[in-house]
Design a protein around this ligand. Structure first.
Ligand code: TYD
Ligand code: MG
Length: 366
């Protein structure tokens, strides 16, 4: 398994905390090429980790690490990081593409021969372009990315590739004094971030990340264009999707955007691809354009089609319950799905068939 992320994000911390759990099952080897034994063990102490079965080795020579594997016979191990080890037969410097590739290949061979689970930690640059971990993706069964999403405290663990399991689950963690702590209630976390007062250009929806509903705020800013061509920018949502939504609004609710710059973003630095956010994105844009606010107790859920219709979304009920839990009193959802909903959701749902109905319900009849 490859765990990649920018330096300082918390890969070593995450792995050390995971190692403590994994060592309950049998010997676990933590091989660090970055930190000394004292550094790793003092961090482990600070995190309250102590285990008879957790072995540390501070070593940057691959052959010595494999020797340690032979000695400890771990059922699982970590190499922190792949960029710091050197292969005995290569002269190039650690971290070079050749070293990274050969060392990983050698470890994968050793892992297979000894039936050991190996976690490779790898640094990537912010844009994820660094050669190191990328060249390893085909070698491993699972590629995990650990990142902040531009958030101060929140750390997000995503699976990019998973040969033997799903890739749509998401781990949310907070870095604190005592290391990483799982954020169990993602909505409470984001709800704390959400300004409660209504403002033009803001709309709230509930996304699904894997099986977890997450409350998200879509923000938009629509301003007169000062360039020959209007600018469109999106952070957190797919720009192509946003362009389609803008076109749908021009056509179906007569929103004139040809001389407006449109900026759309997800608050909290999240990056999501959930079509259920379409309706919130549309109403955020329409709200900013018209300088009207979506009421702060209203959540918006629905995919928007090219025809301007509000279409069904998976797990609508689960999402609505999450919105109710966060204190939302009302929601707009796809008309076809809304009539089949149970009455016990804890908030009232208005079904809307298309963008026009949604805009009327969100901003009041004009
Ligand atoms: P680290 O796991 O060393 O990151 P990486 O291995 O990805 O480079 O963690 C780096 C940061 O986390 C470091 O700046 C200090 C911070 N940190 C805490 O805030 N609390 C803690 O308990 C620990 C262990 C680290
Ligand atoms: Mg580290």
């Amino acid at each position: 398994m490859l765990l990649a992320g920018p330096p300082g994000i918390g890969k070593s911390t995450l792995m050390l905390q995971a190692a403590a759990k994994l060592a309950e099952k049998g010997p676990f080897l933590y091989a660090s090429g970055e930190e000394s034994l004292r550094q790793v063990s003092s961090r482990a102490k600070r995190l309250g980790i102590s285990s008879e079965q957790l072995y540390l080795v501070s070593e940057s020579s691959l052959s010595k690490i494999i020797a340690a594997m032979e000695q400890v016979k771990p059922w699982a191990m970590v190499l922190d990081s792949i960029q710091t080890v050197t292969h005995p037969q290569l002269a190039s410097s650690p971290g070079s593409v050749g070293q990274v590739r050969e060392c990983a290949a050698e470890l994968v061979r050793a892992a297979k021969a000894k039936d050991t689970v190996v976690f490779l930690l790898g640094h990537v640059t912010k844009d994820g372009s660094l050669a190191g971990p990328k060249v390893l993706e085909h070698l491993v069964d699972t590629v995990l990315y650990f990142d902040t999403d531009n958030h101060d405290v929140l750390r997000v663990l995503r699976a990019q590739k998973n040969r033997f399991g799903p890739t749509d689950e998401l781990g949310l963690f907070e870095m604190g004094e005592a290391g990483l702590k799982e954020v169990k209630d993602a909505t409470a976390f984001f709800a704390a971030e959400l300004g409660r007062a209504a403002a033009p250009g803001r709309a709230v929806s509930v996304a699904l990340e894997g099986s977890r509903p997450v409350l998200v705020e879509v923000q938009s800013l629509v301003v007169p264009t000062r360039y020959p061509l209007p600018r469109r920018m999106s952070t957190g949502l797919d720009l192509n999707r946003v362009l389609v939504l803008l076109a749908a609004m021009e056509r179906h609710i007569g929103l004139r955007l040809e001389d407006r710059d449109c900026f759309v973003s997800l608050a909290g630095g999240l990056r999501l691809k959930d079509p259920a956010l379409d309706l919130a994105a549309c109403m955020a844009v329409a709200g900013s354009w018209r300088d009207k606010s979506v009421p702060s107790d209203l959540a918006l859920l629905g995919e928007v089609s090219l025809l301007g219709e509000v279409a069904r979304v998976p797990q609508l009920e689960l999402r609505l319950r999450e919105a109710a839990k966060a204190g939302f009193k009302r929601a707009l959802g796809p008309a076809r799905a809304a009539k089949d909903l149970p009455r016990t959701l804890g908030l009232s749902v208005t079904g809307v068939a298309d963008l026009r109905e949604a805009a009327e319900a969100a901003f009041g009849v004009e």
